[in-house]
Design a protein around this ligand. Structure first.
Ligand SMILES: [Cu+2]
Length: 116
């Protein structure tokens, strides 16, 4: 009975160690991914002004405010879907969600906002 309990304890210990080994391994594979990376998927709230609408690039040139922990205030190209592109207007103040994808930065949920 006692040896069986020891065997179970040893098994649990082995499982625990294996779990730790997995964690170490995945962080070795992606050492530079910051802890904030999952938020890049869900997106960051963005406020800005549309400087130009660029249909040929499926993008808006946006002068956006600082996005804390992500980027400073700047003017940059942000990709949008066709329906957003169709209603986007130059000089329009917007709020949106900034999302980082493998092909670049995208804006989702673009809404007109009161001028800053
Ligand atoms: Cu930017």
């Amino acid at each position: 009975m006692k040896s069986r309990r020891v065997a179970i304890a040893a098994l649990l210990l082995a499982l625990t160690l294996a779990g730790h080994a997995d964690e170490a391994c995945s962080s070795c594979l992606a050492p530079k991914v910051p802890a904030a990376e999952p938020t890049a998927e869900t997106g960051h709230p963005l406020r800005g002004v549309v400087v130009a609408v660029l249909p040929e690039k499926s993008a808006l040139l946006v002068n956006h405010e600082e996005i804390p922990g992500v980027m400073a205030a700047m003017t940059m190209l942000l990709k949008v879907d066709a329906s957003t592109l169709a209603v986007a207007k130059k000089d329009q103040a917007i709020t949106a969600t900034l999302i980082r994808k493998t092909d670049g930065w995208w804006l989702k949920s673009v809404q007109p906002a009161p001028a800053p």
